[in-house]
Design a protein around this ligand. Sequence first.
Ligand code: C2O
Ligand code: CU
Ligand code: CU
Length: 499
Amino acid sequence: MSDGITRRQALTIGAVGAGVLAIGATGLVLSLQTPRPASNTERSPETPAPETPAEATVGGWAEPEVLSARDGLLEFDLRVTATEVVVAGSTVRMLTYNGTVPGPTLHLHPGDRLRVHLINDLDEVTNLHTHGLHVSAEGNSDNPFVHIAPGNSFDYEIDIPDDHPTGINWYHPHHHGLAADQVFGGMYGAIVVDTDDWSDGGSPRVVLVSDTTFVGGGVVAVNQAQRMMGRTGETLLTNGQVAPELRGLTGSAQRLLLINACASRYLDLSFAGFDATLQGTDSMPLAEPRSVDRVLLAPGNRADVTVTIPAAATELVAASFDRGRMGMGMMGGQSTAGADAVVLTALPDAAISAPRIRQNDTVAHPDLRTREPNGVRTITMSMGMGGGGGGGMQFVLDGREYSHDRVDQTVQLGTMEEWTIVNDSPMAHPFHLHIWPMQVIRESGSETSGIDLRDVVHVPEFSSVTVRINFDRFPGRTVYHCHILDHEDLGMMGIIEAS
Ligand code: C2O
Ligand code: CU
Ligand code: CU
């Protein structure tokens, strides 16, 4: 067995198809691939997306195709289709963007325009959310209320502001009730906002981590109890592969853009042995990069981390993380902690030259702690008996399940508010607000040092986090919710309107 594959994962893959481990064991690996250049931009809207399965390598490193904006515009077709892809040597049916898992990486610059012609070839409703982008949520911009029926298409047009921070973002579907199923099925892709053109080997490595469970050649359907717990996939995927090998010259720096696209799993990443430096979190560069041994990514979170290729093969492991329990009795006693899983294995390889690492300039962010908030509010996340018809749990914000025709929070543009997110349940919930970043100022009673900007904030069980939010622009309605997507689908979401 390849040492890059944990026993748990090996068992999972074994259930999908044999042969995989044999290939892994022979050490048949492809060397580090550079992303292919953009090709979709030239395609006319009538041309069908390629039907070919995703390029797959066992053990080798693979990254999604990169679509880069040119002359201020990135315009392409994004076709949502259930199709066969190859994962760790086995053919499985997944939900895909343009036929691959993950979908293409979108590379944008501040000030660019993004035009996505989304075509829904599924037999259910979908839509598109650009998680992390500070853009308008109205009309055909990052509007989570768009409804794209089966067989229909929709033209998104999203303007990235000139002063948009450089950082890591991602896209995924956001139709209430189907978000977890569609993301778990394979629908996600990276969005990198960068000032660089990524020429001469200067591109960072996208490390998009997700999980799913395969059964009978497809993605497993989960039951109501698993939805309430927040589903955890048995197979951890890194760019759609299992524990790929990242090769590089010993001592060379690699810039990893890590994205947690798992429906519910927290990634408790241990960087021991990697001499790692955290350069940015979510959509923002850090004002002061710092060395890190451990980075915890809640579902939806991202991290920009520079690592050094060690002298011996070293695994980057996502340690088992306990995000609490459902409660007492019934299935309540069951833990949410999964097994440790390997994200990637770094391998020294003298034949690979060191990549050019370019770090974006850090932008000074105003420290919201120096200002007096114009308003203060509390959002309470709780679980109660009585949901799902017959003894299930209800997942609510301020005591209410999501309703698409009720505005829960009204804020005034031009104001800055302090929000305390209270979790009075026995399970952790990652709190996410669209469009406006949150500056964490207090967590579990202790003050935050430095400027800590995030768009998903982990709120441990029976705990609270206080953030400040600058509602400086973007009038309109959008949402805030738990980023355990099953909880969002079960009703842990609310609507905010800024005017
Ligand atoms: Cu990652 Cu409301 O989304
Ligand atoms: Cu979002
Ligand atoms: Cu939750």
